[in-house]
Design a binder for this molecule. Structure first.
Ligand SMILES: [Zn+2]
Length: 83
């Protein structure tokens, strides 16, 4: 799998680190949300097939954070953008 970094160009996936799902909404009330809301945010995943948006970090290159749209069934990279 290759990821097209906006700064470095196409690079092997081994230079990048997957960090988190970019589609999940973090509770934004400064920690006042019920524990159940935080537990759902941290632990519960739908694991849906198809195109998903994810945050990746270019650890072996420019150290940029990227928002990558990837088909999680085929691992095809569909889009790479800066967050
Ligand atoms: Zn880069």
């Amino acid at each position: 799998m290759r990821i097209e970094c906006p700064y470095c160009g196409p690079r092997g996936a081994e230079e990048f680190v997957y960090t988190q799902d970019a589609e999940r909404a973090r509770p934004t009330d400064g920690g006042a949300s019920p524990t159940e809301d935080w537990a759902a945010y941290v632990y519960l995943r739908d694991n849906l097939p198809g195109a998903r948006r994810e945050y990746w970090y270019h650890q072996g290159g420019c150290r940029a954070w990227l928002k990558v749209t990837r088909d999680v069934s085929t691992h095809e990279i569909l889009k790479v953008e800066l967050p």
